[in-house]
Design a binder for this molecule. Structure first.
Ligand code: ADP
Ligand code: AMP
Length: 223
């Protein structure tokens, strides 16, 4: 079978992380989420974490050269040699070009860019109800995917709201998405790599659609 080198595109709150958790289980490729990596760096108070903090709290993007260096280092790890699922990267044309150049250098190419799309009002409602288990990263929604008990996960951890999920910051993140990340839709479409999914559907349906598409793409690649 051909390797799967995938990226997930879409506005914040569209359900990228939710689908990534399922897809990595389906296909055994590592889920590489730059947002999760930055939050881990912040928690560990590394130099990178300290630098990223101010950008993240304002809902702005961390500078390209910083995020590209972090991602390329992660991609060089053993577990990403035979495939990966990127979530939250690339977010700018410069990041996409850097990823393309790195893959080309290793005779690899992207299998697909999976766009999970949803209108602003839908993602705002989702983000405002998002709660995260800080220990495992498991994501819930107070209404659409409620945790086993109010405010707590099955392992007893208290669920938290992400700092940047507050209403003011969410609006800025959406502006940044439309201005800087949405141009990647045309970028990957022109390369014949873009697949669109209706992120307003329930998680199981979005997942089923992505799986169906990936099995077609793989059959074509293997033919
Ligand atoms: P992203 O990774 O794109 O920022 P998440 O996967 O964290 O988005 O999802 C954002 C919020 O929306 C979470 O609280 C999640 O539980 C909820 N969610 C995800 N997918 C759906 C869906 N298809 N329908 C309803 N709620 C969803
Ligand atoms: P996310 O968890 O994907 O919603 O990302 C949270 C925040 O991390 C974003 O609002 C940015 O500040 C930062 N971030 C994550 N990925 C990137 C990226 N590829 N480029 C720049 N900033 C990023």
């Amino acid at each position: 079978m051909s390797e799967l080198d995938l990226i997930l595109l879409g506005p914040p709150g569209a359900g990228k992380g939710t689908q990534a958790a399922r897809l990595t289980e389906d296909f055994g490729v590592p889920h590489i989420a730059t947002g999760d990596m930055l939050r881990a760096a912040r928690a560990a108070k590394t130099e990178l974490g300290m630098l990223a903090q101010a950008f993240m709290d304002r809902g702005e993007l961390v500078p390209d050269h910083v995020i590209i260096a972090m991602l390329l280092e992660r991609l060089a790890a053993d577990d990403a040699r035979d495939g990966f699922l990127l979530d939250g990267f690339p977010r700018t044309i410069e990041q996409a070009d850097a990823l393309g150049a790195e893959l080309e250098e290793h005779d690899r190419w992207l299998t697909a860019a999976l766009l999970i799309d949803a209108p602003d009002e839908v993602v705002i409602a989702r983000i405002s109800g998002r709660r995260v288990n800080p220990r495992t990263g498991r994501v819930y929604h107070v209404e659409f995917d409620p945790p086993p008990q109010e405010g707590r996960d099955a392992d007893g951890s208290e669920l938290v709201q992400r700092e940047d999920d507050r209403a003011e910051t969410v609006r800025r993140r959406l502006e940044v998405y439309h201005a800087q990340t949405a141009p990647l839709i045309a970028y990957y479409d022109e390369k014949g790599l873009l697949w669109r999914f209706d992120g307003t559907l329930p998680p199981d349906q979005v997942h089923a659609h992505i799986r169906a598409t990936l099995s077609t793409v793989r059959r074509e690649e293997d033919a």
